[in-house]
Design a protein around this ligand. Structure first.
Ligand code: CP
Ligand code: NVA
Length: 301
């Protein structure tokens, strides 16, 4: 499993940008094999992973718990109310203690810098389960879904992300740059992400960039931790709802959303519940993509 260039054995997984195109393709290929029932292994046999969540989750938490168990391992789920990361105890000390007990840490943290600190001080692999900076495990599942739906994942694929240019958009931009996908990130001016200067990524506020896309993707307007800004954001993002009219400008496009979704805000109910929506396939693919990721990190050999 995996050739020399694709091996992730013992690695942290903090961002898509740490991968090369071979490694990314290797994860997706193995995910497809596992999903098809053609690969069975238990590289986590006898191992325990800690799942540390500072924010709510359903998809990430359940898909990681199931993934670890299917790979032969077990989990310890840690609530930040008990751990008090950075408050009760420094991030560095939590990292140094955890890795005396467990073989890896999957962490959903507010601050990306805390994740980097955790990974710096933990000798075991650390996996990013979402931070304010990025959501790379989500994007592994997104890429698997796009490849399944379109049958390709190359420079002929056009993705339009409409919405807040934060964690999910940033990981998508890294993936587009790596694979040469053509990605337009369409956000209100004050919520545009930093333009990475990639020839494959366009950052704009002009919804015309959605026209002709193969995939239209959106995310919540107010992310976890930004609930206090929700009403301001609703006003600023109002024009950027993915409506049936906007989808009509990309007549062959499928619709993706990382979920949770707010119907009537970032997406019209008719779109997310309509025939072009693939959001539950996308959610399912979190499991297969993360099984592949963990299998490669804990690859026997
Ligand atoms: N998409 C996603 O990460 O969902 P959860 O917040 O439920 O984990
Ligand atoms: N941008 C969203 C993604 C949720 C999966 C958030 O950070 O809340």
């Amino acid at each position: 499993m995996g050739d020399g260039t694709a091996c992730l054995r013992g690695s942290d997984f903090l961002d898509i940008s740490q991968l090369d195109a071979n490694q990314l393709t290797c994860i997706l290929d193995l995910a497809a094999e596992i999903k098809a029932g053609r690969w069975r292994g238990a590289p986590l046999g006898g191992r325990t992973l800690a799942l540390l969540f500072q924010k709510p989750s359903i998809r990430t938490r359940v898909s990681f718990e199931v993934a670890v168990r299917r790979l032969g391992g077990s989990t310890v789920v840690l609530d930040d109310a008990d751990v008090g990361l950075g408050r009760r105890e420094s991030v560095a000390d939590v990292a140094r203690v955890l890795d005396r007990y467990v073989d890896g840490v999957v962490a959903r943290l507010h601050a990306h810098r805390d994740l980097v600190e955790l990974a710096r001080f933990a000798r075991c692999p650390v996996v990013n389960a979402l931070t304010d900076g990025s959501h790379p495990c989500q994007v592994l599942a997104d890429l698997l879904t796009v490849r399944e739906v379109l049958g390709r994942l190359d420079g002929s694929v056009r993705v339009a992300f409409v919405g807040d240019g934060n964690n999910v958009a940033r990981s998508l931009m890294e993936a587009a740059h790596l694979l040469g996908l053509r990605l337009a990130v369409v956000s209100p001016p004050e919520y545009r992400p930093h333009d990475p200067g990639s020839p494959f990524v366009q950052v704009t506020s002009d919804l015309a960039a959605v026209a002709g896309a193969d995939v239209v993707y959106t995310d919540v307007w107010a992310s976890m931790g930004q609930e206090g800004e929700a009403s301001v954001r609703r006003a600023r993002f109002a024009e950027y709802q993915v409506t049936e009219e906007l989808m009509a400008t990309a007549p062959d496009a499928v619709f993706l959303h990382c979920l949770p979704a707010h119907r009537g805000e970032e997406v019209a109910a008719a779109v997310i519940d309509g025939p072009r929506s693939r959001v539950f396939d996308q959610a399912e693919n979190r499991l297969w993509a993360q099984m592949a990721l963990l299998a490669l990190i804990y690859e026997a050999g």
